[in-house]
Design a protein around this ligand. Structure first.
Ligand code: TMP
Length: 209
């Protein structure tokens, strides 16, 4: 039986995943529960290098290349960070995982979903999140927040229509797996978003009430 607990945060760019991941980690720390915070693509030296390539706005690449790079990063990350932490009984909080691949490379780029799903399964060797928080918002409403941030990467440059498709893709996944994927309105205040996330985590008994 797998020990530990695997939580992922997903959603369109600019929805506040990084902030909420940090807040959730703090909540676990306050309860004395060790949590490992990590991200995809990334989380190991090699995977961070792959991240640099796949998000480099100076590159163009076809959808298959993009998919395989994300999955190469995942294979490294799962083997060297996520699985060892779960085996040690830790909670793992990960900024994006396979749902992003299903949405961006499958739903939006158009690679057949069954192929993306099979390759995700292979890259992660069957590892799936126990709980996924989907920070949902209309990308139009997030535009202001996004432009305040650093320089846009290759995917953020795709524009509003792309981001709207991303949102639809995530919502379609959430409809298919309502038990695992908890949808939270990302346009609320950061405190309100955090409160909803904590409720979802507490309901599952991972975080003491
Ligand atoms: P981030 O900006 O949230 O760190 O994510 C990096 C970008 O990579 C984001 O635009 C989503 C994208 N992405 C994919 O297209 N496929 C994937 O499998 C993952 C993990 C991220």
């Amino acid at each position: 039986m797998q020990q530990g607990y695997f939580i992922t945060l997903e959603g369109v760019d600019g929805g506040g995943k990084t902030t909420q991941l940090r807040r959730l980690a703090d909540a676990f720390a306050d309860c004395g529960v060790p949590a490992v915070c990590t991200r995809e693509p990334g989380g190991t030296a090699a995977a961070e290098r792959i991240r640099g390539v796949v998000l480099d706005k100076d590159f163009t690449m076809n959808a298959r290349t993009e998919l395989l790079l994300y999955l190469a990063a995942r294979a490294e990350h799962v083997d060297h960070v996520v699985r060892p932490a779960l085996a040690a009984g830790k909670v793992v909080l990960c900024d994006r995982f396979s749902d992003s691949t299903m949405v961006y490379q499958g739903f939006v780029r158009g690679i057949p979903p069954d192929q993306v799903a099979a390759l995700c399964e292979f890259a992660a060797q069957g590892l799936r999140p126990d709980l996924t928080i989907l920070l949902d918002a209309d990308p139009q409403d997030l535009l202001a927040r996004r432009t305040q941030r650093r320089v846009e990467d290759r995917l953020e440059r795709e524009g509003l229509a792309f981001q709207k498709q991303v949102r639809e893709g995530f919502l379609a996944l959430a409809r298919r797996e309502p038990q695992r994927i908890c949808v939270v309105d990302a346009l609320q205040t950061a405190d309100a978003v955090q409160a909803e996330i904590l409720t979802a985590v507490e309901k599952r008994g991972i975080l003491p009430r």
